[in-house]
Design a protein around this ligand. Structure first.
Ligand code: HEM
Ligand code: HEM
Length: 231
């Protein structure tokens, strides 16, 4: 396999090794947090240890960072290799510099989001991180499958990453809200995120099946994908 093909496997391999196992533990702890919290008013002694909340949040923080980081890796591969093939550095040096700056700025905004405590700064860095992903995803090199958005790895991936950013930015609100509105919103948003993660597994494996190895590209891209015929 050529280097380009090997590097294409970095994103899916890391997602499988890091994100999905973490997601399993975060989900397990989430159910325990809820079970324990609902058991307390009824006076029953819950067998679930009081540390599950902290476990859920600590691993949740890792989950959000790895999803956003690996979405950036997923975007970097087609951006780099398609720009290289089109000699974009000579044609559009400004846009190439902008894209590189956006990768650095998005990673920096995510780092600051982890450190920010005050509400305004958390909102600012969450917005900047989210905007970075959307702007990078809007580049012409990214295959967004716009005509089939409901089965698009890009749209589900960006949506999942944005929901992880929201969770990361609203941890304090969940704890401080006595009426549990943020807690309920968190559950709704992350149930949707779970569906997106399932969607990512389906659309990602399909994309791996569809993307040809680099030495097959010149042949396979002559095919008419709509009518499913090749010359
Ligand atoms: C797919 C991922 C996730 C799901 C399904 C999920 C679901 C849940 C559920 C069901 C609860 C318990 C709510 C209750 O007490 O009724 C909870 C609590 C919480 N979650 Fe998540 N969550 C996810 C990811 C995250 C992430 C990524 C973060 C932060 C970065 C996070 C932060 C919190 C916090 C701060 C609480 C309150 C914990 C406590 O009361 O001790 N969650 N979550
Ligand atoms: C947490 C789950 C995941 C997220 C957030 C995510 C996100 C992304 C994003 C934003 C892109 C760039 C847009 C695109 O080309 O579609 C991408 C590309 C890609 N992803 Fe994922 N992904 C996830 C899981 C997976 C899985 C499980 C696989 C396969 C096993 C996979 C395979 C791919 C492939 C093959 C590409 C295209 C890369 C290229 O064109 O070189 N992804 N992903």
């Amino acid at each position: 396999m050529a280097l380009k093909d090997i590097l294409a496997l970095v994103h899916p391999a890391l997602v499988i090794v890091v994100v999905y196992p973490l997601l399993g533990i975060v989900l397990n702890r989430a159910l325990q947090v809820r079970q324990r919290r609902l058991a307390i008013p009824s006076g029953t002694q819950s067998k679930i240890p009081p540390t599950v909340g902290a476990d859920h949040v600590q691993l949740g923080r890792w989950l959000s960072g790895s999803v956003v980081g690996l979405a950036l890796v997923g975007l970097a591969h087609p951006l780099f290799f398609k720009m290289q093939a089109n000699q974009a550095w000579h044609q559009e040096p400004l846009r190439v510099s902008f894209v590189v700056a956006m990768f650095v700025a998005t990673a920096a905004a995510l780092f600051c989001l982890y450190r920010a405590r005050e509400k305004t700064w958390r909102a600012v860095f969450a917005l900047l991180t989210g905007m970075g992903i959307v702007v990078l995803g809007a580049q012409p090199e990214i295959f967004r499958r716009d005509d089939q958005w409901y089965a698009s790895h890009y749209y589900y991936g960006v949506a999942a990453a944005l929901l992880m950013i929201v969770s990361l930015a609203t941890i304090q609100e969940i704890y401080q809200d006595r009426q549990h509105r943020w807690r309920r919103l968190h559950i709704v948003l992350n149930t949707v995120a779970l569906l997106f993660f399932v969607g990512q597994a389906l659309t990602g494996t399909r994309d791996l099946l569809e993307i040809p190895l680099s030495w097959q590209e010149s042949h396979l891209y002559q095919c008419d994908f709509a009518n499913q015929v090749c010359p």
